[in-house]
Write a protein that binds this ligand. Structure first.
Ligand SMILES: Nc1nc2c(ncn2[C@@H]2O[C@H](COP(=O)(O)OP(=O)(O)OP(=O)(O)O)[C@@H](O)[C@H]2O)c(=O)[nH]1
Ligand SMILES: [Mg+2]
Length: 297
């Protein structure tokens, strides 16, 4: 059997639904999602295998405006680097919107030699799909895409034709991953992400962007997994909000994260969360590196 294997980068500005698209293609909730922009911070590989074709999808942080903070720089770099050496690029936008940030993403996408697919996501929010036609016509006059796919990642609408087009672009070659492998990321990484997802989802805007999660210990014993996770924030006030009155907020984060972890790990999970103040970690290159925020090394 001749097999095919290739990489596909999923790029776009924050919050357009990149991680949701990846999860729905895989049929598995791999990459964390939330209503807040800048949920994804790391490159996450999602591996999709069907019959003779394997595609490694690269989920990326949303490309946003250049901001002085080191972490924003790193997130933008991670997204841009994902464009090199891939066999196809999927650029996502949201409904009828094409704004300045989308344009900035396009400027990067344009430089790639790979086939480029424009995926217009969240079409379930439109009353009438015909509303999209003028938007598509106007945009493709000045932007070069190989094909356009209006989809709803959340509702699994129209994902098959997109996958069909991507499959055709994958070069002949051996699979790079096992057929049942779903990601290149470790259980520890996914565990830290699941805790961070709850922080993104349960807290307002002030805390999550200056929060990071490290797994201090991760121990299997029989059908139980014991996990200690350390949450770092930048200021005392953030710690107080995160912990909540009498520890209620932290407890709720732990409860929700544990449910997802038991699913992921298929085991009973004992999860302990700690919160520590570590001043300005998100603007300190060395701290970022030690926390795993440099993907290119
Ligand atoms: N209505 C609707 N909502 C969607 C769709 N796809 C994603 N969303 C929602 O959009 C929000 C952002 O989704 P994510 O998948 O986290 O977006 P992202 O592009 O990965 O965001 P960043 O990682 O922050 O760049 C979430 O609340 C999703 O549920 C869709 O097809 N329809
Ligand atoms: Mg994401």
């Amino acid at each position: 059997m001749t097999t095919r294997f290739g990489f596909v980068a999923i790029v776009g500005r924050p919050n357009v639904g990149k991680s949701t698209l990846l999860n729905h293609i895989l049929g598995f909730k791999l990459s964390i999602t939330s209503r807040k922009p800048q949920t994804t911070r790391h490159r996450v590989l999602g591996i999709w295998t069907e019959n003779e074709c394997q595609i490694a999808f690269v989920d990326t942080p949303g490309m946003h405006t250049d901001q002085p903070k080191a972490m924003n720089r790193v997130m933008n770099q991670t997204a841009e680097q994902a464009l090199s050496g891939v066999d196809a690029v999927v650029m996502l936008t949201d409904g009828k919107i094409w704004n300045e940030l989308d344009q900035r993403v396009y400027e990067k996408v344009r430089r790639s030699d790979a086939p480029k697919y424009w995926v217009i996501n969240k079409v379930d929010k439109l009353n009438n799909k015909n509303e999209l036609l003028p938007h598509i016509q106007n945009t493709v006059e000045t932007h070069r895409f190989d094909e356009v796919f209006p989809v709803s990642a959340l509702k699994n609408l129209n994902l098959e034709p997109l996958l069909g087009a991507l499959k055709l672009q994958m070069p002949d070659g051996p699979f790079m991953y096992e057929e049942d492998q779903i990601t290149d990321r470790s259980e520890r990484f996914l565990t830290a992400e699941i805790v961070r997802e709850q922080i993104m989802r349960q807290l307002g805007d002030e805390v999550p962007y200056e929060t990071t999660v490290e797994i201090e210990s991760f121990e299997h014993s029989g059908d139980r997994v014991g996990i200690h996770a350390l949450i770092s924030v930048e200021r005392d006030g953030q710690k107080a909000i995160l912990v909540g009155e009498g520890g209620t907020r932290l407890k709720q984060i732990g409860i929700e994260a544990r449910k997802r972890l038991e699913n992921l790990l298929d085991a009973h999970v004992a999860l302990k969360l700690w919160v520590k103040v570590r001043a300005s970690w998100s603007n300190d290159e060395r701290a970022l590196k030690s926390l795993g925020y440099f993907e290119s090394d």
